[in-house]
Design a protein around this ligand. Structure first.
Ligand code: GLN
Length: 230
């Protein structure tokens, strides 16, 4: 009994939010980046196909839960809260939060204390941190401004429509290379990124973990880090 010959490879729908360089961003109309390369490399090694969907960050976990997405590669931090709804691969990258201001600004970390407007991308750990640690504690008395995309956070910061942004440091550093913004503080949150899958998809989670282990072993992971981060 041969079922395998000529059977089409399993095709998975991958959700991402392509406003998170160098992990995922749009270049010449295509979704590219470190996470995208990782998922493509795992797919090659493990014999499946992938197609990417660029969605708002806060719709990614619900997309897994509803079954419209099979996996999420979006620099997504492994958190206890998210683990109630989805499962994660082994961690593949570590990051902290950071504070970004306009390059002309003289503010530092204290921009978060007082009557300033802070931009965040909705549903991120940065969003939760500003809400839980700053707003609830009455440390920040200005507004938290929520955006669907970091592209618009950065645009508003560059235009001085907001006073600061809180986002993952590697991404803040990447944006600061091509925009009039600068990182003025790091917030040690000790986050680890994982690829997310729906809770009942243990088979796919195993395929991802095996793939990640192979990428680390065969040097691809180091090559991709070198390609996407200086
Ligand atoms: N690492 C952050 C989080 O998981 C931000 C991810 C993102 O905006 N793509 O919430």
């Amino acid at each position: 009994l041969t079922l395998s010959s000529g059977v089409m490879a399993q095709r998975y729908v991958v959700g991402t939010n392509a406003s998170f360089p160098p992990f995922e961003y749009v270049e010449a109309g295509e979704i590219v980046g470190f996470d995208i390369d990782i998922v493509k490399a795992i797919a090659d090694l493990q014999g499946f196909e992938v197609e990417f969907r660029d969605l708002s960050f806060d719709s990614l976990v619900p997309g897994l839960a509803s079954g419209s997405l099979d996996l999420v590669a979006a620099g997504m931090t492994i958190s206890e809260q998210r683990k109630k709804v989805v499962s994660f691969s082994e961690p593949y990258y570590s990051a902290n939060q950071s504070v970004l201001v306009h390059q002309d600004s003289e503010e530092d970390l204290t921009v978060l204390f007082g009557d300033n407007d802070i931009g965040v991308q909705t549903g991120t750990t940065g969003d939760a941190w500003v809400r839980n640690k700053l707003i609830k504690a009455d440390i920040l008395t200005g507004e938290i401004r929520n955006y669907d995309s970091f592209v618009f956070v950065i645009r508003d910061l560059a235009n001085k429509n907001i006073d600061a942004a809180v986002l993952d440091k590697p991404v803040a550093e990447t944006y600061s290379k091509n925009n009039p913004v600068k990182v003025v503080a790091e917030v040690i949150t000790g986050e680890e990124y994982g690829i997310a899958v729906s809770k009942n998809n243990e088979e796919l989670r195993q395929k991802l973990n095996e793939g990640l282990a192979k990428l680390k072993e065969n040097g691809t992971m180091d090559q991709l880090i070198e390609k996407h981060f200086e």
